[in-house]
Design a protein around this ligand. Structure first.
Ligand SMILES: Nc1ncnc2c1ncn2[C@@H]1O[C@H](COP(=O)(O)OP(=O)(O)OP(=O)(O)O)[C@@H](O)[C@H]1O
Ligand SMILES: [Mg+2]
Length: 340
């Protein structure tokens, strides 16, 4: 493992905004002093002080389903929390490798979870800044000789202290062209992922099959990714629950009849091309709001109640093309065609 660069506190030392001002819970000694072998540390207050429960509870409250994803985040939080306390006894652990791959279809929550992960890692003192820099091949790879290295380095510089999220990471590699500039970017990324992993977490995101093929052609990348997290497509029940959360977050509600129509809408929409899971739900809610506004503006008499202003009705969904289009043939692709 490469040594920590000078000036950076050892992993496990608090680095959040309160670092250096308040000693960790239960510590009578100043930060940096090693606890005696027979001392005890209070894991519960360490956990409370870190604020990690806010992030984890927020995930539970605001994101429907995704149980395996939430479990993995809890496990990582537990490891880092325990590592922090071990460090107080002078037990230094190998810096855990937290580079990850997030695989799944469009709109399954990959970017959203990556943002929460960044926040979690900041609270646990693993990342200095906890921001997320989301990029694609275009941001990393140049068009001409000599352009790729500065482009990739610039992005890495921006991401340091946070999470670098590379969407559709497999486009960095073109199997049919060994001299593609993407390879140069991959090599720079590999180096930084190894040598500066105490200051940067890289998350590669994309469809599972393409990501598997990418890892097979890039064993160096594969070996640096410690966590492979799969984001399954949502069931209709989960889409409904996501819709209910979104509707109430914007201060609306579904009438009982609209709830049934919305379920029907989601069932149909999920079988159609270009279905994008929770993103399609968000779009449906936005369009229902448009129709609702037009409906109540056209209504006579013009006096409306608070409830009228909040209540979505079946008509707000039924006007959608989803109800007039024929269902596609079974097995028809719903995915956008890959970039050649
Ligand atoms: N489990 C969930 N519960 C509630 N809302 C969700 C959930 N998953 C995703 N969303 C919402 O759906 C939208 C799309 O999610 P996000 O952008 O994270 O998906 P993605 O997997 O990154 O998609 P893409 O692959 O297309 O980039 C966001 O508005 C997000 O808040
Ligand atoms: Mg995304």
């Amino acid at each position: 493992m490469p040594p920590d660069p000078p000036g950076r506190p050892p992993f496990g030392a608090p680095t959040g905004p309160s670092a250096g001002t308040a000693p960790p819970a239960g510590a009578e000694d100043g930060p940096g002093e090693t606890l005696a072998d027979d001392a005890t540390v209070d894991l519960r207050s360490a956990r409370l002080d870190s604020g990690v429960d806010d992030v984890l509870d927020g995930l539970d409250r605001e994101l429907v389903g995704l149980e395996p994803v939430k479990t993995r985040l809890r496990e990582i939080a537990a490891l880092l929390l325990v590592d922090q306390q071990r460090a107080r006894f002078g037990l230094t652990s190998a810096q855990p490798n937290l580079h990850m791959s997030f695989t799944g279809g469009p709109g399954t929550g990959k970017t959203t979870v990556a943002c929460r992960m960044a926040e979690l890692l900041k609270r646990l003192g693993y990342l200095r800044r906890g921001h997320l820099v989301a990029v694609t091949r275009e941001d990393l790879v140049g068009q001409y000789v000599g352009h790729t290295a500065p482009k990739t380095s610039e992005i890495l510089k921006r991401a340091m202290g946070g999470v670098l999220f590379i969407d559709e990471a497999y486009y960095l590699y073109r199997a049919d062209n060994e001299r593609d500039y993407g390879q140069e970017s991959i090599e720079i990324l590999l180096q930084v992922m190894e040598n500066q992993r105490q200051d940067l977490v890289v998350i590669l995101a994309g469809y599972k099959d393409q990501m598997d093929a990418f890892f097979q052609s890039n064993p160096g990348m594969s070996s640096r990714i410690a966590h492979h997290i799969d984001f399954p497509d949502y069931t209709v029940g989960e889409l409904e629950a996501i819709g209910a959360l979104m509707v109430s977050a914007v201060g609306y509600r579904l009438s009982p009849a609209a709830r049934a129509t919305f379920r029907d809408y989601l069932t149909r929409r999920s079988r159609q091309p270009r279905f994008a899971n929770a993103r399609s739900v968000r779009n449906a809610v936005e369009r229902a709001r448009l129709r609702h506004a037009n409906r109540i503006l056209a209504q006579e008499p013009a006096a409306v109640t608070k409830d009228d202003l909040m209540r979505l009705e079946p008509d707000d969904f039924l006007a959608s093309r989803v109800f007039s289009e024929r269902p596609p043939a079974p097995g028809a692709s719903e995915r956008p065609a890959p970039v050649p």
